[in-house]
Ligand binder design. Structure first.
Ligand SMILES: NC(=O)c1ccc[n+]([C@@H]2O[C@H](COP(=O)([O-])OP(=O)(O)OC[C@H]3O[C@@H](n4cnc5c(N)ncnc54)[C@H](O)[C@@H]3O)[C@@H](O)[C@H]2O)c1
Ligand SMILES: O=C(O)C[C@H](O)C(=O)O
Length: 333
């Protein structure tokens, strides 16, 4: 058996936590021979509910789950962790953009970046989910300077899965038959869900480019892109709560692919630190198409970018620059 992994989930008493913890503890993310100790952090008023989550985890009778540490103390939560899933933050309400959460949430990620720096293993892998996810991730990384920036990522896999789902519905296949979609930029309504390099294997067994399979460029530009960009808001409008089941599934997909690698003939979208690829400002936390192997992500290179795509990629980059500047100002107050 492998050495026990210490996996931190923040905001563990919240709705994403409730959908996520079973999958991690059951071995659906890090493998069926990987013992796990869960570190669960929430704020003091939520400790009662968090205790209830612990009781339920005990009642799941999971062979890989070695311990559950519930705490409201960052020093306890971040101690010697291998993985950090930073979910705990305020969710947006109807009518808000995710960046409206910046003022409320960015200080959490400054504090948790500092806690990572002080208490976590230097090899820790960090996934930021709390919104605005890209900018919170950038701030957490900034306050943990001794942990490589490559160990930080933010969740755009939910958008990636949404894009696959929409193409599958349109072409009458399952999402497994849709490959190489890309989410560029911010986990926000400026993101660019890009099908220009995507492929679909049709019911006939034939594999076509997504554009040829869909045969409706107007649908791609005027329906597909806005639907994916605004899907989070559509869920809030319908549920009066933000996505949780699909978010938890995307977190599991993101972590599993980072850990075990992406399939040979596909890639995934992750928010990662830009190295200047595709002309995206170096140091910006931007969603790219990536392949993973040996627990390391690499940006897929060489994709053709036309003027239309370039405009959309620049627009979402510009929003990230503005968010970054606002976040740095908030952190310095
Ligand atoms: N990136 C994505 O794709 C994505 C998808 C869905 C939701 N989100 C975001 O994830 C976050 C959580 O969503 P949710 O639906 O679980 O919200 P929720 O309100 O149900 O749960 C959030 C939990 O975080 C806790 N919390 C607040 N401040 C904390 C702190 N400083 N330390 C630890 N815990 C803290 C709260 O007490 C609560 O239990 C929100 O910001 C939401 O917008 C992101
Ligand atoms: O939209 C939100 O605020 C929640 C989440 O980021 C989502 O995309 O569902």
């Amino acid at each position: 058996m492998a050495e026990t992994l210490r996996v931190l989930v923040t905001g563990a008493a919240g709705q994403i936590g409730y959908s996520l913890l079973y999958s991690i503890a059951n071995g659906d993310v890090f493998g069926k021979d990987q013992p796990i100790i869960l570190h669960l952090l929430d704020i003091t008023p939520a400790l009662g509910a968090l205790g209830g989550v612990k009781l339920e985890l005990e009642d799941c009778s999971l062979p890989l789950l070695r311990d559950v540490v519930c705490t409201d103390q960052e020093a306890v939560a971040f101690k010697d962790i291998d993985i950090a899933v930073l979910v705990g933050a305020m969710p947006r309400k109807e009518g808000m953009e995710r960046k409206d959460l910046l003022a409320a949430n960015v200080r959490i990620f400054k504090s948790q970046g500092t806690a990572l720096e002080t208490h976590a293993k230097k090899t820790v892998k960090v996934l930021v989910v709390g919104n605005p996810a890209n900018t919170n991730c950038l701030i957490a990384s900034k306050y943990a300077p001794s942990i490589p920036a490559e160990n930080f990522s933010c969740l755009t896999r939910l958008d990636h899965n949404r894009a696959k789902g929409q193409v599958a519905l349109k072409t009458g296949v399952t999402a497994a038959q849709v490959r190489k979609v890309t989410i560029w930029g911010n986990h926000s309504s400026t993101q660019f869900p890009d099908l220009r390099h995507a492929e679909v294997t049709l019911a006939t067994g034939e594999t076509k480019s997504a554009y040829d399979a869909i045969q409706d460029e107007n649908w791609i530009k005027n329906t597909f892109i806005p639907v994916v960009q605004k899907r989070g808001a559509a869920i809030i409008a319908a549920r009066k709560l933000s996505s949780a089941m699909s978010a938890a599934k995307a977190i599991c997909d993101h972590l599993r692919d980072w850990w075990f690698g992406t399939p040979e003939n596909d890639w995934v979208s992750m928010g990662v630190i830009s190295d200047g690829s595709y002309g995206v400002e170096k140091g910006l936390l931007y969603s790219f198409p990536v392949k993973c192997s040996n627990k390391t992500w690499t940006i897929v290179q060489g994709l053709e970018i036309n003027d239309w795509a370039r405009d959309l990629m620049n627009k979402t980059a510009q929003e990230l620059v503005e968010e970054r500047n606002d976040a740095l100002e908030a952190c310095n107050k």
